[in-house]
Design a protein around this ligand. Sequence first.
Ligand SMILES: C[S@@+](CC[C@H](N)C(=O)[O-])C[C@H]1O[C@@H](n2cnc3c(N)ncnc32)[C@H](O)[C@@H]1O
Length: 221
Amino acid sequence: MTDDSSTTGGGGRQSLPDSYFHDMYRSSDDPWGFATRWYERRKYALTLAALSSPRYGSAFEPGCSIGVLSAELATRTDHLLCTDVSPRAVELARRRLDGHDSVDVRVGDIVSDWPSGRFDLIVLSEVLYYLDDADLDAVIARLPDSLTPTGEVLAVHWRWRVEEYPRTGDEVHDALRSSPLHPSASYSDTDFCIDVMSSSSTGSVAQREGLVSAEPAHGTA
Ligand SMILES: C[S@@+](CC[C@H](N)C(=O)[O-])C[C@H]1O[C@@H](n2cnc3c(N)ncnc32)[C@H](O)[C@@H]1O
């Protein structure tokens, strides 16, 4: 999805064109209020708390916007790759992340510029509902081969319907939950949902820390 004449999609609504986001950043340097709203601060706190490890080697955050969540992720990762289709967002994210030598921020499309290699963490925050069926399927299909053996995907999306978006956050998470990844945690409230999935069943945090040795009697997440 690099121009406004994208024809991907199998009959449903098309991915939002890049121009939609260029226009948003033309009207504001923080169109969603990421740096100012309590809503966002709370959502970021829950997002970061849902990660099962204190620290990750390599991480990828497509659709990073102006880098507010990226700045938090930078403190928990050895190397963080952030991309966004908006050159203005990338410029603002680079400014915010100045001084974090381990962070690389680039202009890039989540579908056509998906990086090669494997990551310990992939964060999909408020970016998948812009994609049409074919683009969403393409991203979800890439996830297993883009993770290290203990790698983790965290997805978080707004649940309210937005007229212009091809799908809702719940539809995104339903699609993710039917992928071959192992579910490890989920959170949902009226506004947003979070799912954490891993490439293999690596056990719960308590199991990994040796707090328990038995299989959970209550089932897994
Ligand atoms: C709602 S913001 C999410 C920001 C950030 N992930 C967060 O949660 O703080 C969505 C961002 O995704 C970017 N975006 C939209 N479609 C994209 C695509 N196909 N590839 C990469 N970035 C995209 C937009 O430019 C925008 O900055």
